[in-house]
Design a protein around this ligand. Structure first.
Ligand code: 13P
Length: 249
C-alpha cells in the first residue's frame, strides 16, 4: 500500500508574511489529516518562515529547486545541505518550468537527484510531455528519456527514496487536466520503466504524483485511480482552504 502524498508547489508566489498567514489558516484544516503526507514548497525566501509556521503540524516543507554541488562559486544557487539546514525535507527537481525556461536538462536533474539523496532530502522528480509531444505521439518516448535520465546510476536503495511527479506540460496552469485515465496510463508506463530499471518490488512501492490543474473538484476522480498516489498542486495550493480540501480528498 503506497501512502498518498499531496504536495503544493507555490512557484514564485508569497512573501514571508503571506506564508505565516497561510499556515495559520491551513494547519487547523489538516490537523486530523493522517491519511497522507502533506508537503508545501514555498519560494526560497519563505522557507524559514514556512518551517517555523509548520512546527508541530504534520506538514513538511520542500524547496522548488537546488544546485548539485555542496558549495562553491555558483552565484544565485542553493545547495541541498543548505535546504536541509533550513528545515526542508524534500526538494522538487526538474519541474517543467525549469526545463522550459531555465535550461534544466536530464543530466542536471540526475546530478540534483543524487545530491539531494546524499544530503538526506527526498527528491520529487518531475517528468512530463508537452502538447506537441503528446499530439506527435511522443509521450512515452519523452517520459522514458526523462525518467531514465533523471534516475540514471541510482542504486535500488536510493531509488526507493524518490518520489516521481507526472506533470503533462499542457495541463499545467491551463485548467486543462489530464483525465484520470490518461494520467493513470502515464503512471502505469512510468511504473513499468521503474520495474525494468530497478525491480518490480521497487516499482510497486514508487509513489507517482499527478500534477496539472489539480483542483478541489477533480482530486477525488484522480485519487480513485490506483496508479495515482497523490498530487503536485500549483495554483490551487495557494489558497489554504482549497489546498486543505485537496488534502482531504
Ligand atoms: P497547476 O496546478 O497550477 O496547473 O500547476 C501544476 C504544477 O506545475 C505543480 O508543480
Amino acid at each position: 500500500m503506497r501512502r498518498p502524498v499531496i504536495a503544493g508547489n507555490w512557484k514564485m508566489y508569497k512573501t514571508q508574511a503571506e506564508t505565516r498567514a497561510y499556515f495559520a489558516a491551513l494547519a487547523p484544516l489538516v490537523a486530523g489529516s493522517t491519511h497522507c503526507d502533506i508537503v508545501v514548497a514555498p519560494p526560497f525566501t519563505a522557507l524559514a518562515a514556512a518551517v517555523e509556521a509548520a512546527k508541530g503540524t504534520s506538514i513538511s516543507i520542500a524547496a522548488q529547486n537546488m544546485h548539485w554541488e555542496t558549495e562553491g562559486a555558483f552565484t544565485g544557487e542553493i545547495s541541498a545541505g543548505m535546504l536541509l539546514e533550513a528545515g526542508c525535507r524534500a526538494v522538487i527537481i526538474a519541474h517543467s518550468e525549469r526545463r522550459q525556461f531555465f535550461g534544466e536538462t536530464d543530466e542536471r536533474a540526475n546530478k540534483k537527484v543524487k545530491a539531494a539523496l546524499a544530503a538526506g532530502l527526498t527528491p520529487l522528480l518531475c517528468v512530463g510531455e508537452s502538447l506537441a509531444e503528446r499530439e506527435g505521439k511522443k509521450t512515452e518516448e519523452v517520459l522514458e528519456r526523462q525518467f531514465r535520465g533523471g534516475v540514471a546510476a541510482l542504486t535500488s536503495a536510493e531509488f526507493s527514496r524518490i518520489i516521481l511527479a507526472y506533470e503533462p506540460v499542457w495541463a499545467i496552469g491551463t485548467g486543462r487536466t489530464a483525465t484520470p485515465e490518461m494520467a493513470a496510463e502515464a503512471h502505469q508506463f512510468l511504473r513499468q520503466l521503474a520495474a525494468a530499471a530497478f525491480t518490480p518490488e521497487r516499482a510497486d512501492m514508487l509513489r507517482i504524483l499527478y500534477g496539472g490543474s489539480v483542483k478541489p473538484d477533480n482530486i477525488k476522480g484522480l485519487m480513485a485511480q490506483v496508479e495515482i498516489d497523490g498530487a503536485l498542486v500549483g495554483g490551487a495550493s495557494l489558497k489554504a482552504e482549497a489546498f486543505a480540501s485537496i488534502v482531504n480528498f
